[in-house]
Design a protein around this ligand. Structure first.
Ligand code: LMR
Length: 403
């Protein structure tokens, strides 16, 4: 009898976030709601194609003259656009050549290229992620070969930041620790440090003798207050000259999820350092996927490079941001009307797409099994998937589940 090469391979568990979408897609219940994945949906439940994106995508298809390879580090106009959004056009890190940016396959691709890069040069380092953090952070850094630990972040009793414990933990990390921070719209809690708290965090990195390595995940620029305000933490690190890595994503802000548009930026101390770092990043990219894909990034570059198009994009982005804010209010109001006890007002203070509801994993399972409402087991809900039609159903289901 032939034994298959693969007979010993066991079934892997479904992905904690994207696995929910797979289950949701198979669910025949017409009332089903996917509050799992962090994807913005409009009031009709559709993932929108932004008007300015559609227009520029068509224009690009007509303008394109070749399908030759892109450079390993991506389209120059695109990486320039990333730097301008991250740091502002007049930033010294740009004019002094202290920022290196490569195009990456979404924010996740930026994280992975960054993780592989650090692993190569700081092989003793361990990684520290917030407790809790995006479900994929741990798995991603582990797959790059790191031991992954966590630092205190969320305080369930106040629904806020456990700042003193966070700082205490960061102050006692071993040399060369990689610390993963969320620039804004913390995933999954929606709880961000204040500007004053960011000052303390940045100073901790600036003055530490332990050479900590900040790795900032910036997937939701524009979903909290606006593109400029949301860059506060990143610009603070730049202003203080703190070497760090920044993975950014345009999946959400341009609603270009499947085009995999993101980047990795590294802040260095000099143009010469930047040149060396870039050469090594290109090695990492070349040995992973050779070079990036074109279409989505060309569209983003076109929009970011033209002030009028960029203004139209900012307006559409603001529309998404404001609709989420409105849904937060309707959600809190709906929970109250459905008779849910307790004060859920904290949901209106959280930033970005997510709300961390505090439901137990049993309640999360019950909502999925009995109501076809899908959410991450940590109790994270994507408020950006709610609309005026489904919010009542969701609130009533939560009320029934909490009885
Ligand atoms: C999320 O957290 O749901 C998003 O960032 C999508 C993803 O890739 O997990």
């Amino acid at each position: 009898m032939n034994t298959s090469l693969f007979s010993e391979i066991e079934l892997a568990p479904a992905d904690p976030i994207l696995g929910l979408t797979e289950a949701y897609n198979k669910d025949p219940n017409p009332a089903k709601v996917n509050l799992g994945v962090g994807v913005y949906q409009d009031e009709t439940g559709k993932v929108p194609l932004l008007d300015v994106v559609r227009e520029c995508a068509l224009k690009w298809v007509q303008m394109e003259t070749t399908k030759g390879y892109l450079p390993i580090d991506g389209i120059p106009a695109y990486t320039k656009g990333i730097q301008s959004l991250l740091f502002g056009d007049d930033s010294e890190v740009i004019s002094e050549g202290r920022a290196v940016t490569i195009q990456a396959l979404g924010g996740t691709g930026g994280l992975k290229v960054g993780a592989d890069f650090i692993r190569k040069f700081f092989h003793q380092s361990e990684v520290w992620i917030s407790d809790p953090s995006w479900e994929n952070h741990r798995a991603l850094f582990e797959s790059a070969g790191f031991k992954v630990n966590s630092y205190p972040y969320y305080d369930a009793s106040s629904h806020g930041l456990n700042f003193s414990h966070m700082i205490k933990a960061l102050n006692s990390l071993p040399n060369d620790s990689v610390v993963v921070l969320h620039a804004c719209c913390h995933n999954p809690t929606g709880v961000d440090p204040t500007e004053e708290q960011w000052e303390v965090i940045a100073d901790l990195f600036a003055h530490s003798s332990r050479k900590l390595i900040p790795f900032i995940d910036f997937a939701y620029q524009g979903f909290s207050q606006g593109t400029e305000q949301d860059a506060y933490s990143v610009r603070l690190f730049a202003k203080k000259g703190i070497p760090c890595l920044i993975a950014n994503s345009f999946s959400k802000s341009f609603s270009l999820y499947r085009e995999r548009v993101g980047g990795l930026t590294i802040l260095t101390s000099s143009a010469e350092e930047s040149r060396n770092v870039l050469s090594q990043l290109k090695r990492v990219v070349r040995t992973n996927y050779s070079n990036p894909s074109s279409h989505g990034a060309q569209v983003v570059a076109m929009i970011l490079g033209d002030p009028a198009l960029r203004a139209r994009w900012e307006t559409e982005l603001a529309g998404m941001r404001e609709r989420i804010r409105k849904m937060r209010k309707l959600f809190v109001q709906g929970l109250k009307e459905a008779g849910v006890k307790g004060d859920f007002g904290f949901i209106t203070n959280q930033n970005g797409m997510f709300s961390f509801t505090g439901l137990s994993s049993d309640q999360v399972d019950k909502l999925r099994d009995e109501y076809s409402i899908y959410m991450v087991r940590s109790s994270r809900i994507c408020v950006a998937a709610m609309n005026e039609k489904n919010v009542g159903y969701i609130c009533n289901a939560i009320a029934a589940t909490m009885k």
